[in-house]
Design a protein around this ligand. Structure first.
Ligand code: SME
Length: 138
């Protein structure tokens, strides 16, 4: 029975910390499953506003992670055909799913203006961040 405003603020602080402290994290945000619909809804984020506040399951990198339940590391977004462009400055993207009680309830999405910047260290680190968010939400 969490306070929704406190949760939103906490997630926003996580976005701010990540964007401010990791030079290759240039847009950091959360998407969550939108109720019982097969779509994602944009949550707290830091960076340029995006038109893509709703993303159907299967569409773009985020929508693919909603159905695959797997990390998606994109070293070069221009090489992806199922990709939703939010900004022309973005060169790479990483999406890590968030599981609560084994269910994929959302994800952290990070865009980079650098080509091929994400390592396994980013994946392990962001999986850890997602596990903390999962604890917050459960
Ligand atoms: N590029 C994402 C859409 C979300 S924006 O990066 C904020 C995608 O292809 O799903």
């Amino acid at each position: 029975n969490h306070n929704v405003l406190e949760l939103h603020d906490c997630l926003l602080q996580i976005c701010k910390l990540l964007e401010a402290n990791v030079p290759h994290y240039n847009w950091v945000g959360f998407y969550f499953k939108n109720g019982d619909k097969d779509e994602l809804k944009l949550g707290p984020y830091v960076g340029q506003p995006t038109d893509h506040t709703i993303i159907p399951f299967g569409k773009g990198i985020c929508g693919q992670v909603a159905v695959s339940n797997k990390n998606f590391v994109v070293p070069d977004v221009s090489a992806q055909n199922n990709y939703i462009a939010c900004s022309i400055t973005v060169k790479a993207e990483i999406v890590i799913p968030i599981f609560v009680n084994g269910e994929n309830i959302g994800q952290i999405d990070i865009d980079s203006n650098t080509l091929d910047p994400f390592t396994e260290e980013d994946e392990r680190f962001l999986e850890y961040v997602c596990s903390l968010v999962s604890k917050m939400l459960s």
